[in-house]
Design a protein around this ligand. Structure first.
Ligand code: ME8
Length: 630
């Protein structure tokens, strides 16, 4: 029977913002899954969407939609993005699905019935954006959230608690008895220190919003989003449902259960999740790989800094494989890495165009030129170079497997590139163009090219989990079909027949041209007719007030000519209502009206936003309301 491997990404928040940074987790899990499939594991790869919570409730209201409509749209686009990125997930679980909500409710009821969850009262500072409570000592000076810096809210509510304290010792024992439970070790040590400092029981229900899973015994309460979200790893396998075959196979009797997460969500996965499992009597047999962040040169990616890069921007321009390789090869396990177009183009040129691309192209051209595309396996070695390259192929394959099996992709890929560079050097050392001049050395020339072919064939197999399209193209050029780890080793091809017309896989990019185009606007072009569809008018603000229970929204009354419009606008973070009254602003007057938080919004106010600067409305000084803007 095949060994099993269950791999999960965190389920992404449905903010609809998969950027180049958080897409790393999913690409890394895809690499890990593809590697295990090729290694002969029966692999189940899960990803999905974390859909409940106050943030989505508010975002849906602001967009005039129900939360379900909002998350349906986001789930569809996100799932499509993963498909376009050739992510090979076996399931996509959404926390608003009935198969999930039903079981989460059941999990909560069980924990309540056995008194691992109890009713208490909570008073604390809550960040809506992060969906998390913080203690006084964790808050910033002005009471702001320590994670995102936004203001927190004081919340006092009756609420349910999960007894973390009861399981503290068992958790510590588990961590200490299983040195590879959390990798890398720095993260493991962080968790040990956190648990040893003492666990307080965790608030696990909310009454301040509705978009969540109601507690069966007390539906005024919805289940805390993290209890809801973490459970996805079991609900997707059919845990506690009529058919729990996947749960039995991949979890209970599974050989490898791996949760991959970014460092920001370590506590939830290394403390709350194992305690939930202990309380439920589910074996704690998973392990955690904790990766760092993809940062920009100036730090974190964020809307306010205006420095977000989306995967589509990169893959549409430079190809999916170049993007996948960059992220996987640049990120060491446990530390951060930087994404910059300068570095991306530099790596594209060196790793893909120069090292791999050149080796492939030189090899194919020579096999065609000297042997009309055909080679035979040599029956002897012609020099130390041959033995050395054969050994490098074998050693590389071994080290690659070890590294990839333990999520050290960067180490594994550095080994692969060592082989690629060693092979390029082998060409310089053996000088096939010199050997070709001597008719009596035909067999030696055949052996040289055969070694290069074998090195590239093994390289393509090793790269298949990371850059699957490129690996397949190389296989096609080599006249081979199925990529298989049994092929990892020198001398597995009896006779060779390569394509006559090799295509250049990666052309060198000119950094100057590329970087210039990156700095320009990337939205698609429009025509003057497109622009003329907008009816832009000057409108004077005659009244402004805050929308109740919202940090972002203002309700404006705007006079355009004789008529007065109502516009709901996300200006509250940047303007006090009184500051706007009397201002003459630019308004999109023909925007289809929508309801936001129950208020009709008939238009939109234009604003400027950009790197590190506050949102600013566009104002007109001399004109009166109703003037046209063109
Ligand atoms: O955390 N670089 O979802 P999420 C690398 N819903 N990884 C990053 C990153 C960056 N710049 N920014 C975020 C959630 N990530 C929860 C998970 S699981 C039961 C619930 C990673 O959409 C982040 O660490 O905010 C996480 O692993 C993933 O992206 C999704 O983050």
């Amino acid at each position: 029977m095949k060994k099993t491997c269950y791999v999960t990404t965190p389920i992404y928040y449905s903010s609809g913002n998969v950027h180049i940074g958080n897409s790393y987790t999913t690409i890394a899990c895809d690499v890990y899954s593809r590697f295990h499939r090729l290694s002969g594991y029966d692999t189940f790869f899960l990803t999905g969407m974390d859909e409940h919570g106050q943030k989505n409730e508010e975002a849906a209201a602001a967009a005039g939609k129900t939360p379900q409509q909002l998350v349906d749209e986001i789930a569809a686009t996100t799932n499509q993005l993963w498909r376009d990125m050739k992510i090979t997930h076996d399931d996509f679980i959404r926390t608003s699905e009935e198969r999930h909500t039903r079981i989460v409710r059941e999990i909560f009821s069980r924990l309540l019935a056995q008194d691992d969850i109890y009713m208490g009262a909570y008073e604390g500072d809550y960040c809506v954006s992060c969906e998390a409570f913080f203690t006084k000592s964790q808050l910033g000076e002005d009471g702001s959230c320590p994670d995102c810096g936004k203001p927190t809210r004081k919340v006092k509510e009756e609420c349910y608690f999960l007894r973390l304290s009861k399981y503290q010792d068992r958790l510590l024992e588990h961590i200490k008895a299983n040195p590879d439970f959390i990798e890398p070790e720095t993260r493991r040590n962080e968790v040990i220190a956190f648990v040893e400092s003492g666990l307080e029981d965790l608030a696990v229900s909310r009454t301040s919003f509705r978009w969540g899973i109601p507690v069966r015994e007390n539906p005024r309460h919805v289940i805390y989003v993290w209890i809801d979200a973490l459970s996805n790893y079991l609900t997707a396998l059919g845990y506690l449902s009529a058919d729990d075959a996947l749960y039995q196979k991949y979890w209970v009797n599974g050989d490898k259960v791996v949760h991959v997460i970014g460092k920001d969500i370590l506590r939830f996965h290394a403390v709350y999740w194992p305690i939930m499992l202990m309380a439920l009597g589910v074996p704690v047999n998973f392990k955690l790989y904790v990766h760092g962040w993809v940062l920009m040169k100036e730090g974190k990616m964020s809307k306010s800094a205006g420095n977000i890069i989306y995967p589509r921007d990169v893959m549409d321009k430079y190809g999916l494989d170049a993007m996948r390789l960059y992220l996987i090869k640049e990120m060491p396990l446990g530390n951060d890495c930087v994404f910059s177009y300068e570095r991306f183009i530099e790596k594209y040129n060196s790793d893909l165009a120069n090292d791999l691309g050149n080796l492939l192209n030189r090899t194919l051209v020579m096999i065609n030129k000297y042997f009309a595309g055909r080679l035979e396996k040599p029956d002897r070695r012609y020099g130390d170079y041959d033995r050395e390259l054969e050994e490098t192929i074998e050693n590389t394959a071994r080290k690659y497997k070890e590294s990839f099996a333990s999520f050290r992709f960067q180490n594994g890929l550095n080994e692969v590139w060592h082989l690629i560079n060693r092979s390029n050097k082998y060409i310089d050392e053996t000088m096939p163009w010199v050997v070709a001049k001597d008719e009596s050395r035909r067999d030696e020339l055949n052996a040289i090219l055969y070694h290069l072919y074998e090195s590239l064939r093994v390289t393509a197999i090793m790269l298949a989990p990371v850059i699957p399209d490129t690996a397949e193209k190389i296989f096609r050029d080599f006249g081979l079909d199925t990529i298989d780890f049994n092929g990892l080793g020198y001398g597995k091809t009896a006779s060779v027949k390569v394509t006559e017309k090799p295509e250049i896989l990666f052309r060198r990019l000119d950094p100057e041209i590329e970087l210039k185009s990156q700095n320009e606007n990337t939205k698609p072009e429009i025509t003057i007719d497109d622009f003329n569809k907008l009816d832009l008018r000057v409108g004077e603000v005659i009244d402004a007030r805050k929308v109740e229970n919202s940090d972002k929204l203002l309700l404006l009354k705007i006079k355009i000519g004789a008529a007065t419009r109502q516009v709901v606008s996300g200006l509250a973070g940047a303007y006090a209502p009184a500051d706007l009254i009397g201002k003459k602003l630019v308004v999109v007057a023909n925007l289809k009206p929508v309801k936001i938080r129950g208020y009709l919004s008939e238009g939109m106010v234009l604003t400027a936003e950009g790197k590190g600067l506050p949102l600013e409305v566009l104002e007109v000084k001399k004109h009166n309301s109703n003037s046209r803007i063109s």
